[in-house]
Design a protein around this ligand. Structure first.
Ligand code: NAP
Ligand code: MG
Length: 397
């Protein structure tokens, strides 16, 4: 069989643990037999990040900007436990945070919808896409333990020495404080990415925050969204609504879906997790990082699935880990590459791979996370190897 040619490379970012095991399997069985893969490879395993003093993460992010399309495996975010486990000298930041801040992108999370996997919210018929701003907020916070009573202030000093100062509070005793920030230009980029997707997908856009409480911080987000909508997108037929986030939560539960819901960083983290489990399994949630300059990074939403990996490593157990979102990350990257390069055959292959995953599940072949919530017989849970073989057979035929 002749393999499908690629015109330009994509950036392939490898990672850790069970998702790395699946990564190799997916490549070996579902990609390499069919595509003459052109990729620039970056090993972002925790061991290699430590070895390269995290330079590899910066290189990978710049490579995505250069080539326009990347696909990423889940990576460990180092913490105290991982420091001991992997004998690390340093705790480098989460690779996703580093890549996101270099691309200044927005992450869109969309569930893979298949017939027979029941959504616990019965009226959800169409996809709900969460658009998560990936800059600032709680992820770049500064915190301080306050040892005793005293005044807490917020101070800004300009490069020329101008000053703005407000009193946060007069603390009567020991306590704790936190500060967060954001940048106008990043909020503008976030808004443009969301409106652009709303145009492309012909879907209405909601932006939800809490400007009744946070009049300045959330108020800034609201005002920027409104300005960009009025100046750039109103005439393009986008249906845009601002709402309070608690209002949005109750409206979304009663909706039939088909909405792009833009959230600030922390809200987006929480809401996409809620949505992932509400639509079946966290392993059915796809994620794409879109930069305002038209650069795309695809991945699965889930992490390295450490609990499954420890069973694979200890006992060689062929775990029932669901590779669907990881396969969809490759689907997304290959079809974006095809779109940018005008390579129709590659685009067709990506579509075929996507359909192979969906029809495998719909014909009752699935991993344990899905048998638990499926309407379909049988109740047999495949391991990841069996599931990937089933998908591969559909491609060969
Ligand atoms: P996780 O890897 O998403 O796994 C949490 C649990 O969700 C698993 O134990 C499993 O539940 C279920 N699950 C997740 N993916 C699954 C899949 N593909 N198939 C079946 N079940 C799946 O989250 P975590 O355990 O909190 O994090 C593990 C590591 O991943 C951490 O080091 C974290 O830093 C990293 N992480 C990376 C990314 C990223 O790179 N994008 C994102 C999140 C977390 P059961 O055990 O009940 O089967
Ligand atoms: Mg999260």
């Amino acid at each position: 069989m002749t393999k499908i040619e690629m015109k330009n490379p994509l950036v392939e970012i490898d990672g850790d643990e069970m998702s790395h095991v699946l990564w190799e399997l997916v490549k070996e069985k579902l990609i390499l037999p069919f595509v003459d893969l052109k990729s620039e490879y970056y090993d972002l395993s925790i061991v290699n990040r430590e070895k390269t003093k995290d330079e590899i993460t910066l290189e990978a992010a710049h490579a995505i900007i250069k080539h326009g399309v990347g696909v990423k495996c889940a990576t460990i975010t180092a913490n105290k436990e991982r420091k001991i486990e992997y004998n690390l000298k340093n705790l480098y930041p989460s690779p996703n945070a580093t890549i996101c801040s270099i691309l200044d992108g927005t992450v869109f999370r969309k569930p893979i919808i298949v017939n027979g996997i029941k959504a616990p919210v019965a009226n959800w018929k169409k996809s709900i896409i969460i658009a998560r701003h990936m800059y600032g907020n709680m992820y770049k916070n500064s915190e301080m333990l306050i040892p005793g009573a005293g005044k807490v202030e917020l101070v800004w000093t300009s490069r020329r020495g101008l000053e703005k100062r407000i009193t946060v509070t007069e603390l009567p005793g020991p306590g704790v404080i936190q500060s967060v920030y954001n940048l106008d230009v990043s909020i503008e980029n976030f808004a443009r990415c969301c409106f652009k997707l709303a145009v492309d997908e012909k879907m209405p856009l909601w932006f939800a925050a809490k400007d009744t409480l946070s009049k300045t911080y959330d108020g800034r987000f609201k005002a920027i969204f409104e300005r960009i909508y009025n100046e750039e997108y109103k005439n393009l037929g986008v249906a845009y609504t601002y709402m309070l986030i608690d209002d949005a939560v109750s409206k979304i539960m009663k909706s039939e879906g088909g909405i792009i819901w833009a959230c600030k960083n922390y809200d987006g983290d929480v809401m996409s997790s809620m949505l992932a489990s509400a639509t079946g399994s966290t392993a059915m949630m796809t994620s794409v990082l879109v930069s305002p300059y038209g650069v795309y990074g695809y991945e699965a939403m889930h992490g390295t699935v450490q609990r499954h990996y420890s069973r694979w490593k200890k006992y060689g157990e062929k775990t029932s880990t669901n590779p669907s979102a990881l396969i969809f990350a490759w689907v997304g990257a290959l079809s974006k590459r095809a779109e940018l390069d005008g390579t129709a055959l590659l685009g067709c292959f990506a579509e075929q791979l996507k359909n192979a995953v969906i029809s495998s599940i719909e014909s009752g072949n699935m991993t344990a996370d899905l048998t638990a919530v499926a309407d379909l017989p049988p109740s047999y849970s495949m391991n990841s190897w069996e599931f990937i073989d089933t998908v591969a057979e559909k491609l060969i035929r």
